[in-house]
Every structure is written in structure tokens, then in C-alpha cells.
Design a binder for this molecule. Structure first.
Ligand SMILES: [Zn+2]
Length: 337
């Protein structure tokens, strides 16, 4: 318990005021009801109630299942104008922090390893060169794009909801700030479009998939990685499953609903992987921590040492990550013929 207590950061509460754990003072337009992203139906049944386990802000967030097509999604969801506050500078994917004390080399190695893992997956399906064009949707600080540009010479382009254009890693990237389906991108342009943990945050996932289809070259490939709802870690952690990531995650895909979403958007499936570039270990560690913390929020500065220690201890299990359906899924698509 000492390790976990050390991870709690009681000062990390932000945004909403609390009265004995209850949120107060939310504006009337904080939540909005939404119909099913996949079939448009409005009939649902309750699925799981989650909390902001990463950030520790108070409040409950409800996920439902569509009665007609079984898609799991957040309903009501936090409206677009209010969700921005949950992507502040402490948001994990947007952190620019490079100083983790003695653990800095380990942290940088982990970040490089993630980009290496993404590179390994995409290079099985596309071969990139100086004449290639790549788009990363939800590119954050753009380190994956910068890596591809450096290693292949490809022209790289990124879109993100948040303006991170000041990040040095985006200096050589054509960066578009805003919603993907509103970005000014020419049709038939890209050899490769990637969505690494983007689609589960999307406020209109089918429209984004259709946009990806439109900007892909006829022989281009779209690579999508999202958390996998029908995975072991969801069964283990339930309402504390890190893949719920409330309230940032709007939609929770299992294998079936993910494949139906891409097909419905005019794409055909080239391959499906029961793992991703993102380490399943992250979900094992944070899921266990969230069960103990019960919504109090994760302090990354304090978690980083137990994180790396746990990774060493679980190494024998993690060697079989690709066969165990632990947490992630990746689908590789092309334009339907
Ligand atoms: Zn539905």
C-alpha cells in the first residue's frame, strides 16, 4: 500500500469544486445527450459508470450500450467546449516534460520505444520513401511523424485538437490545429494515415473515418489503434479499466464494433491485430493503481518509479503480450473497392 499511497496526489484536483466528493457548479451545457455513433439509435441500456481516474477530478461519467447495435459510448457526454479543460498541460499524451530526475533516460527510452513500435507496425503494410505523404490524426507533439520524416524522408502532416505547434518535434511537420473532419486536406493525398488512440476520443468517429477514406490514396493504408473493450484488462478492472479514460473517451470499441465502424465508412479491412504499439503493461499498472486509488487521481511523478519496477517484474508475462488479448487492438484498412 505504501507504494500506492505515494502515488496519490491530493493536490491534483482541478477544475470543479467539490463538496464531500460531489461535483457542484457544473454549467447547464456541461453534458449533452448523444445518439449512437454507429447506427443513430437513441435507445440504450446502462453499461458502466466511470470516474476520472487519471486526473482525479470529481464526478461520475456514464457509458451506455446501444440497444440496437451494442456500441458502448459515453452518454451523456461532456460537451466539446467543456472537454477541452480535460486536455490541459497535465494530460499524459500532451506532456512535454523531459525532466524526470534519475529516471529521465528510462522515460525517454519508453517514449522512443512507443514510436519504434508504431513504426514496426506501419512498415509491415506500407513502404515509405521521400515521395510518400503521411498523416497522423491526433498527432500530439508529433514525435512519431518526426521519426518517420527523419528515417524515410516522407512528407509528414499532423492534426490535433490542441495547438501544440510550439513543440520542437513539430517544427518540420505540416500541422493543422482543429477537428480532423474540418481540416483543409486535399483528397487522394496520403499513402498512410494513422490514428493512434484517437478514434475513442472522437465526437464523430464515422465522419473521421470517412474523412480518412477521402484523403487516402486509392492504394493507401489507414492504421487505427484503440483500446479493446473485449480484452482481459477490462474483465479484470471493470469500472476502473484505464481504457474507459473518462471523460475523454467518448466511445469504447470491441473488435466487432470497430470492424463494423470501418466497414460502414467505406473502408475494407486488410488486417486486424489483437495488440497495438501502446504497451498493454500501462493498462495493467494503471488499472491496478486505479482500483486502489478509487478516483483520487494518478500522480505521474510519483508513479514513474513503481511503473518501471513493475514492468521488470511482469516481463515474463509481457513477452506473450501479443497472444494474450490484454488491452489494445489495431486495424489496418484501405479504401473499399
Ligand atoms: Zn447503435
Amino acid at each position: 500500500m505504501n507504494v500506492i499511497d505515494a502515488v496519490v496526489d491530493r493536490d491534483s484536483y482541478a477544475g470543479l469544486e467539490t463538496t464531500s466528493g460531489q461535483s457542484v457548479g457544473r454549467p447547464a451545457d456541461f453534458f449533452e445527450r448523444v445518439s449512437c455513433y454507429l447506427c443513430g439509435a437513441t435507445e440504450t441500456h446502462p453499461f458502466v459508470t466511470a470516474q476520472d481516474d487519471f486526473g482525479g477530478t470529481p464526478g461520475d461519467f456514464k457509458f451506455v450500450r446501444c440497444t440496437r447495435c451494442d456500441l458502448a459510448y459515453q452518454n451523456p457526454r461532456v460537451s466539446l467546449r467543456h472537454v477541452a479543460g480535460y486536455y490541459d498541460d497535465t494530460y499524459i499524451a500532451h506532456r512535454k516534460k523531459r525532466n524526470w530526475g534519475l529516471l529521465t533516460p528510462l522515460f525517454e527510452r519508453a517514449m522512443n520505444k512507443l514510436d519504434t513500435a508504431k513504426d514496426r507496425i506501419v512498415s509491415r503494410y506500407v513502404s515509405l520513401g521521400p515521395s510518400s505523404q503521411v498523416l497522423d490524426v491526433g498527432c500530439a507533439v508529433g514525435s512519431f511523424l518526426e521519426r518517420l520524416r527523419r528515417t524515410t524522408g516522407a512528407r509528414v502532416c499532423g492534426v490535433d485538437f490542441k495547438d501544440l505547434s510550439a513543440a520542437p518535434s513539430l517544427a518540420q511537420v505540416e500541422f493543422h490545429c482543429g477537428l480532423f473532419y474540418e481540416a483543409d486536406l486535399a483528397p487522394d493525398r496520403f499513402d498512410l494515415v494513422t490514428m493512434w488512440h484517437f478514434l475513442e476520443h472522437d465526437y464523430d468517429p464515422l465522419r473521421s473515418l470517412e474523412t480518412a477514406r477521402r484523403v487516402l490514396k486509392p492504394e493507401g493504408r489507414l492504421v487505427i489503434e484503440v483500446p479493446r473493450l473485449d480484452s482481459r484488462t477490462f474483465r479484470w478492472f471493470g469500472n476502473r479499466w484505464p481504457g474507459l479514460q473518462a471523460p475523454q473517451h467518448t466511445v469504447l470499441f470491441d473488435r466487432d464494433t470497430l470492424l463494423r465502424a470501418v466497414r460502414k465508412s467505406g473502408l475494407e479491412v486488410v488486417d486486424y491485430l489483437p495488440y497495438g504499439a501502446f504497451p498493454a503493461y500501462f493498462y495493467l499498472f494503471t488499472g491496478a493503481a486505479f482500483r486502489l486509488l478509487k478516483g483520487r487521481g494518478l500522480n505521474l511523478d510519483k508513479a514513474i518509479f513503481p511503473y518501471f519496477l513493475g514492468q521488470i517484474l511482469l516481463l515474463p508475462l509481457l513477452l506473450f503480450e501479443r497472444r494474450l488479448n490484454l488491452a489494445m487492438q489495431t486495424v489496418i484498412c484501405r479504401r473499399a473497392q
